[in-house]
Design a protein. Sequence first.
Length: 286
Amino acid sequence: MASMRDIKRRRDSIESTEQITRAMKLVSTAKLQKARERAEASAAYTKLMYEIICSILGRRENWDCRYGKTETAGRKAVAAVTSNRGLAGGYNNNLIRLILNDERLSAEDTDIYAAGRKGLESLAGKGYTVKADYSKAIDQPSYEEASRMAYEMLDAFSRGEVGEIYLACTFFKNTAVHVPKLIRLLPVDEPAEERDFRQQTAPINYEPDEDQVLDALIPQYISGMIYGGLLEAAASENGARMTAMDSASNNAREMMGMLTLQYNQARQNAITQELTEIVAGANAIG
């Protein structure tokens, strides 16, 4: 059995760790409240924007506008949204695995536009080409940073360097559930129910013409989707870290309880040993 000094030293170390994890949980809880409010406020806009673009681009097979082409080149561009820090359970690994396991996104044919150092480092280590680093955007998500990322990806799309644009991020469902998703932004993946709805609706009129409208609308659509993804990811990251730190704190308290029992047992054994030696000594003298 370990000595009382060793047990006490280990218990004190775990107690210090528990104080740190408890403080990190409180910080994540405070950040989560604000991040969740921002994500929920933008969710309706993001969803409606995606549905509108699916409806518009699905009405014609080919567009002559800058961003509306439907031909798919071999390379893909992925906006991968992870975190800059760890200690968030499986938050980062789940999204990274989502990209790695998708057959469409091979390392040889995929360019990564990373928002978050964890995703950047992991995907670069797997052989993916990292075209841009927007890691600062995930700490304080802003529409300006999302727009910069969107225009850089769209420029590559318009030049024919990539034929598909994807968004990979984690969507916040509740404090304990965060769902990693991969969405193809261009060309759009039109759901079957959207096609059925579109067939029943009236034609759309454009002013001045459809190509100019789409040239203005598609950058806003990509920017809005990426911005919504950043907000969802920020809420998911804080929720995941809060849950992970709560679990770590609980585990630390359980370990401290076990070590306290071991310490008391070792102390009792030491006292018993001393009493036994005293009695034996007294008997020897008598």
